[in-house]
Design a protein around this ligand. Structure first.
Ligand code: PLP
Length: 369
């Protein structure tokens, strides 16, 4: 059988940058705990996205958790959260014993609907934080969302786990709200095998996040703790992978865009297929090429026919308010995210795909029409 085509899998640099940084860590025996790679990765990452400070962490989930903590979210607090996302966005709200209220998407962006957000504020005036997600590398409508949050004086956390390299009106996603988070999970646009980053222009808060992430050790000779701590730091080896991967981020975006445009060219003429919305103010990283199917052919048909040929694809995220675990929490919207979930599909968007692979995927899908 032919080699599997993946949705999005790790892709190390051809130049071997990652190994050079890992080797350095080994040569100096600085494989743990922290070290030069962690410090440099934070600096290089902050410079790349245009943030004042960054904390390298063990996962994107950990970054969201610490962002919520930094924003002062605690027991019983309400947090507004995009419903169309991966569960990692919402779980840390529960870690903090806070209460999520899920906000619907709009069709124009697939991301948080500003109208639904306004309605949510009318219903719940006491809100501690808002988490907006930039899904599949598309940016949310930030001007309006920022304005609404400012009006209500509520900090905005951007879940940019899927949108490293995505710009909104020339500004990098993740740097627009008070806090931004990124993920270097295995299927993200760049990966450290696992890891995350918390960024902010508030250097003090980032320093505090680093403190919490290293078990909240007070500056004393003995082990002293005046606050609850977490073991959330990134290892120096993984930060080395991150430094190498950061060097090829721009290359990866070019390839992701090429993949999207290839599909659009080849499948865009089929009337039942609609591509994810690229707004003129949005420069996406095209992490995944996503479509909706609005005719007789259903997403499952496409997934099954591709799977038979050993090609991976998957549905659009199932909204949080439809998840058994989160179902009892409030949801504000008009079921746009539900429809996107029912009709949506992520096409294989692996940067290692060759033209022949892309042609193959397109040819198989076209068999359904
Ligand atoms: C991947 C992802 C995360 C979390 O990332 P981890 O590093 O796996 O913890 C958070 N939010 C979204 C939207 C993601 O896609």
């Amino acid at each position: 059988m032919r080699e599997r085509i993946y949705l999005s899998s790790p892709h190390m640099s051809d130049e071997g940058y990652e190994m050079q940084y890992i080797q350095e860590a080994f040569d100096t025996n600085w494989i743990a705990p922290l070290g030069k790679n962690v410090d440099e990765f934070e600096k290089e990452f902050a410079a790349k996205v245009g943030a004042k400070a960054a904390a390298a962490l063990s996962s994107g989930t950990a970054a969201i958790h610490l962002a919520l903590k930094a924003a002062g979210v605690g027991k019983g607090d309400i947090v507004f959260c995009s419903t169309l996302t991966f569960s990692a966005t919402a779980n840390p709200i529960i870690y903090q014993d806070a209460i999520p209220v899920f906000i619907d998407s709009n069709y124009e962006t697939w991301n948080m609907c500003p109208k639904a957000l306004e309605q949510a504020f009318e219903k719940y005036p006491n809100v501690k934080a808002v988490i907006v997600v930039h899904i599949y590398g598309l940016s949310a409508e930030m001007d309006t969302i920022v304005e609404i949050c400012r009006k209500h004086n509520v900090p905005l956390i951007e879940d940019a786990a899927e949108s490293l390299g995505t710009y909104y009106k020339g500004q990098h996603t993740g740097t627009i709200g008070e806090y931004g988070i990124f993920s270097f999970n295995g299927n993200k646009i760049i990966t450290t095998s696992g890891g995350g980053m918390l960024i902010s222009d508030n250097e003090e808060r980032i320093a505090k996040a680093r403190f919490w992430a290293t078990q909240s050790r007070d500056p004393a000779r003995h082990y002293q703790h005046s606050e609850l701590g977490f073991n959330y730091r990134m290892s120096n080896v993984l930060a080395g992978i991150g430094r190498g991967q950061l060097k090829v981020l721009d290359q990866r975006i070019i390839k992701k865009k090429y993949i999207f445009e290839f599909y659009k060219q080849e499948l865009g003429k089929i009337v039942d297929i609609e591509f994810m919305p690229i707004n003129k103010w949005n420069e996406p990283n095209y992490w995944l090429s996503c479509i909706t199917l609005n005719g007789k052919v259903r997403p499952l048909d496409v997934m099954e026919i591709l799977e038979k040929e050993n090609i991976e694809s998957r549905p659009i995220w199932k909204p949080m308010h439809m998840q058994p675990f989160f179902m009892d929490f409030a949801y504000i919207g008009t079921n746009v995210s539900e429809k996107l979930f029912h009709n949506g599909l992520c096409l294989p968007s692996d940067t290692k795909m060759m033209d022949g692979d892309l042609e193959k995927v397109v040819e198989i899908i076209k068999r359904l029409w």
